[in-house]
Ligand binder design. Sequence first.
Ligand SMILES: *[C@@H]1O[C@H](CO)[C@@H](O)[C@H](O)[C@H]1NC(C)=O
Ligand SMILES: *[C@@H]1O[C@H](CO)[C@@H](O)[C@H](O)[C@H]1NC(C)=O
Ligand SMILES: *[C@@H]1O[C@H](CO)[C@@H](O)[C@H](O)[C@H]1NC(C)=O
Ligand SMILES: *[C@@H]1O[C@H](CO)[C@@H](O)[C@H](O)[C@H]1NC(C)=O
Length: 304
Amino acid sequence: MARALLSRRIFFSITWILLGLTCHTQSSPTPAVLWHGLGDSCCNPLSIGRIQKVIESNVKGIYVRSLQIGTNFFEDTFNGYFLNANKQIAMVCEKLAKDPKLKHGYNAVGFSQGGQFLRAVAQRCPNPPMRNFISIGGQHQGVYGFPRCPGNSSELCNLLRQLLNQGVYVPFIQDNVTPAEYWQDPLNKKEYKQKSVFLADINQERGINATYKKNLMKLSKFVMVKFENDTVVQPKASEWFGFYKENSTSETFTLQQSRLYKEDWLGLKAMDHAKKLVFLKTEGDHLQFSNKWFIQNIVNPYLK
Ligand SMILES: *[C@@H]1O[C@H](CO)[C@@H](O)[C@H](O)[C@H]1NC(C)=O
Ligand SMILES: *[C@@H]1O[C@H](CO)[C@@H](O)[C@H](O)[C@H]1NC(C)=O
Ligand SMILES: *[C@@H]1O[C@H](CO)[C@@H](O)[C@H](O)[C@H]1NC(C)=O
Ligand SMILES: *[C@@H]1O[C@H](CO)[C@@H](O)[C@H](O)[C@H]1NC(C)=O
């Protein structure tokens, strides 16, 4: 009798603990932080505003913070083009650290350049901790080319990128024109390595910062989404951390073929072996996806 009572008590206690755990996890989903792309702002109802709503309506009670870089819509958009990426990242690190709702950690979703910027946040600012990181069309090896101007398919496009090359690593441009900070010239890797103020730094091109590697490896998942019909990002391979081969403007290499991976400058090889890297692709042009695709492929597996 006593034994039966005891086991019933144990049974009930376990039930309560389990219930408590489920209630607890249900009532506080991991918050999500979003960083918009170039030419966009935090809360545009047609772009990131829409994404925020989709997440909120699919994850009950979630706190979503869409980052505004500056104090209003105009500054936010302007800063996307002209505020030094390193300054933007420092600003964001401060915002995240000051937000009490994020103190137990968050999942991050970066759109286009917001992708490489949030990776820099993961590498530079481990508190509060980033859990899953989703890069949607981010350019992890930078760009070499103009939107809708595929370099090797037209003389004009090729000329344009060669012209831009002349000025892109000038210090004034590097410090003040955001996209120049992730411009990688495959025909002049040496200059890129020396002078790129942002991308060459976070990609460990000038030497290994052990802190960057240690911090990035803390992620639970690093998801990279590539748009198969992207006409904005040159080359698309950059969305999966690949790029043009050195001295080529058409042939590309994959992450797994890169020195960065083989010598594991950022811990990505270790993360790949631990199944923490996820490579997704979807048909469509840059950032073109349906709510249904986003819910199935991003919200359900990584934001719940
Ligand atoms: C490495 O990165 C950390 C985090 O951003 C920074 O504080 C430190 O100064 C960097 N170290 C070097 C040698 O650049
Ligand atoms: C998009 O790209 C894929 C792979 O290159 C191709 O199979 C598909 O036909 C393209 N779709 C469109 C609409 O162009
Ligand atoms: C690329 O070209 C430069 C300049 O001609 C040369 O120094 C370098 O070794 C080449 N790199 C490769 C991988 O071919
Ligand atoms: C550039 O040329 C290569 C080889 O000729 C081709 O495979 C690639 O699709 C071209 N890229 C673009 C953006 O047109």
